[in-house]
Design a protein around this ligand. Structure first.
Ligand code: FAD
Length: 302
């Protein structure tokens, strides 16, 4: 069996979640990868990769042409795998549609080549699913598979010509937020704020704490919806899934949809004035009190 992994490249490097996808795919046998736009050289250095299919002309990760390109190159592959990132979740279901197979999203465990474990009901239950499709199309949760390292491989690079597709969508512009902080989904430490941060101005109080800990900053959906933090910081069922070594939740109740995105964190610290807040049920350490008093004390202690 051979798996084909759709890689995502950021700042010239293969994203950590994609390197986790390579690790997961290696369970099936040989691994080839496909790269849209630049980045074939970085992909070729990944250990365990046999061939890199490079579609340098597809520069903007538009889902329709990407899915069409993948569909044209799946022959001979038993599995197509991508990270369950915004890109993977955009492209792979379309590919599954084109191939007329069932996509298997957010896989957290591979039992065998046909059997996969994935969360359902906002992460409250795990379903074991078996697929009889001839080609399995799956996205994997990066936090559930240790990534392969960045260096060590020497795969061959094969250039692909992207097929012409109907003009369903077109690239307009990209707006990247600039941040020196670690990427939320792969950060070792995450400091997250909720509605209890009061407003956007007070939400910024998390920054010095995050700086001290080298942490990424996350937010609840309520905090995002209230304009305290940008959308890309949202953690949870409809946001990002994180599993850092340390997750510090401030002024955040711990709604089931939020827990779905962070409950696999190794150590969870919660600061909340309500002793009944559900976040304390998953927290390893809890501080009941006003975050605006505790936050400066914590920072000082650090
Ligand atoms: P609240 O529930 O309002 O909690 C604020 C907390 O702050 C309270 O516990 C309060 O005691 C505490 N607090 C207030 N002031 C202070 C203070 N001074 N000091 C200390 N503590 C204080 N939510 C997500 O987060 N992520 C998702 O991906 C997500 N997806 C969703 C998908 C669906 C389909 C639905 C229906 C909902 C989703 N939600 C999601 C929303 C979720 O249900 C909650 O509404 C949201 O998580 C609540 O955010 P919060 O904890 O910040 O706010």
């Amino acid at each position: 069996m051979t798996a084909l992994v759709l890689l995502e490249i950021e700042h010239g490097e293969v994203r950590q979640a994609s390197r986790s996808a390579v690790a997961a795919a290696s369970r099936f046998g040989d691994v080839d990868v496909i790269v849209l736009g630049e980045g074939a050289e970085a992909a070729a250095r990944l250990p365990g990769v046999r061939n890199v299919l490079s579609a340098a002309s597809l520069t903007h990760d538009l889902a329709e042409p990407a899915a069409a390109l993948l569909a044209a190159h799946t022959s001979g592959y038993s599995h197509v795998v991508a990270a369950a990132s915004a890109g993977g979740k955009n492209i792979l279901p379309r590919l599954a549609g084109l191939l007329d197979v069932q996509p298997i999203p957010e896989v957290v465990e591979i039992k065998d080549e046909n059997t996969f474990v994935r969360p359902i009901y906002a992460g409250n239950a795990l379903a074991t699913v078996r697929s009889s499709d001839t080609i399995k199309v799956l996205t994997i949760r990066g936090s559930s598979f240790d990534p392969v390292s960045k260096e060590g491989g020497s795969a061959t690079i094969q250039t692909l010509n992207a097929p012409a597709t109907e003009d369903f969508s077109r690239f307009v512009r990209v707006e990247l937020s600039k941040s020196d902080r670690p990427e939320l989904e792969s950060a070792r430490v995450v400091v997250s704020g909720g509605k209890g941060m009061k407003d956007a101005e007070h939400f910024k109080l998390l920054e010095p704490l995050a700086d001290k800990l080298g942490a990424a900053i996350g937010a609840s959906r309520a905090a995002v919806d209230s304009g305290f933090a940008p959308n890309e910081m949202q953690v949870g069922q409809t946001g990002k899934i994180v599993a850092p070594e340390l997750y510090i939740a401030l002024g955040l109740s711990g709604a089931i949809q939020h827990l779905a995105g962070m409950k696999d964190s190794r150590v969870i610290v919660a600061i909340n004035m309500d002793p009944e807040a559900p976040i304390f049920r998953v927290a390893d350490y809890g501080i009941v009190g006003d975050l605006f008093t505790i936050l400066p004390e914590l920072e000082k202690a650090l």
